[in-house]
Design a protein around this ligand. Structure first.
Ligand code: KG4
Ligand code: ZN
Length: 344
């Protein structure tokens, strides 16, 4: 048999049965996961709570915390999977986008391990990984499918033609959906990240306040106008009643959430129609939002095939990095030790 083919078969064999370690450190979560072939064995996340009362992620603090957390999360992931470092056959890590200092900690750790254990290194695009989280468990979507990718740093509509063929057909021109939640939460005096808290409070409230729905041509998004609209609304109401926020918090949250979700659905449905796609998925931290999940589920009523992730795969986690890593490993798509991280 041709030697190149034998080599490829050996790699296929390893990626089908071998152990892969994945590392995620793009923002404020340090996470490590172990895959055996395409099966996820462990997925450990250490979330930094240090930013809660600081109004957002403080980059310098985040990278210091990653330095403390990275080794323990890797040890825990290995332990839970029941293997030792010497049994690893490949390493995947988040190459970007994300915070420079945070990315460098994960990348440095992955590279050190790859070098010392002579293992193939696989750099992963964080946003691609959010979408590929859909392949960790069954049922997963068939290609092509449309995905609404909503996180703290990104809001995109993408068509997945294949694992690594991601066509961006719409994106935010300013803030991301997660930022819209987080910045509104800051105005309301909620801790960071405010998305989950707004979601929780909204469940007890009524969406009775109206905010200006952002309008942007085509499939792009804009959230900065919404933030201003909320800010002015609260300023005017507080002039009349200084306790307006405290007295109406759940209704304000329900109204903000409804405005954001209405807008996301509007653009998603527009994209489905424009591209004739009725297979839709949502991914990224904001896809944990209960209202968004409910409304996207509702698309089944118009004949769509809908894919919504278990909560644990919505937010940043190394499991999604590992899934993307396994797909790249199978294709021998490796990264060199001198590859830089990227922030955008
Ligand atoms: O994907 P992710 O964990 O990190 C990034 O890659 O950015 O997303 C984090 C974002 C934050 O803005 C957070 O507020 C938002 O996801 N988020 C939510 C919910 N859970 C997390 N937003 C709304 N509702 C939620 N339940
Ligand atoms: Zn993310």
């Amino acid at each position: 048999m041709h030697s190149k083919r034998i080599k490829l078969l050996k790699i296929m064999e390893k990626s089908r049965n071998g152990y892969l370690l994945a590392i995620e450190s793009s923002c404020d979560d340090s996470s490590a996961a172990i895959f055996k072939g395409r099966q996820l064995l462990s997925n450990i996340i250490s979330s930094q709570l240090d930013h809660r009362d600081l109004g957002g992620v403080v980059p310098e603090l985040a990278s210091r915390k990653h330095l403390e957390n990275i080794q323990p999360v890797v040890e825990q992931a290995l332990k839970k999977a029941g293997i030792g470092k010497s049994e690893l056959k490949a390493i995947a890590y988040t190459q970007g986008p994300g915070l420079l200092g945070s990315l460098l900690v994960g990348a440095g750790y992955a590279k050190g391990l790859a070098l010392s254990h002579q293992l193939p290194l696989i750099g992963i695009h964080h946003m691609e990984a959010h979408v590929l989280a859909h392949f960790i468990e069954d049922p997963h979507p068939r290609y092509p499918f449309l995905c609404l990718l909503v996180s703290g740093g990104h809001t995109q509509l993408v068509i997945m033609h294949d694992a690594f063929e991601m066509e961006v057909v719409g994106k935010t021109i300013d803030d991301a959906a997660g930022e819209a939640f987080d910045k509104t939460g800051k105005i309301l005096g909620l801790p960071y990240p405010a998305g989950p808290e707004i979601d929780r409070l909204a469940q007890k409230g009524k969406a009775r306040f109206k905010f200006t729905t952002p309008s942007v041509d085509g499939l792009n998004f804009s959230f900065s106008g919404l933030k201003t609209s909320i800010l002015y609304f609260l300023r005017d109401e507080k002039k009349k009643n200084p306790d307006f926020i405290e007295q109406n918090l759940t209704d304000i949250c329900a109204s903000v959430q409804k405005t954001i979700v209405d807008y996301l659905l509007l653009q998603l449905e527009k994209a489905m129609e424009q591209y004739g796609l009725d297979r839709v998925a949502i991914a990224g931290g904001v896809s944990a939002n209960s209202e968004l999940r409910r409304r996207v589920q509702g698309l089944k009523n118009i004949g769509a095939e809908v894919f919504i992730l278990p909560m644990k795969y919505c937010v940043d986690n190394a499991g999604m990095i590992g899934m993307a890593g396994v797909f790249k490993w199978e294709k021998e798509m490796y990264t060199t030790l001198d590859a830089p991280v990227f922030t955008k």
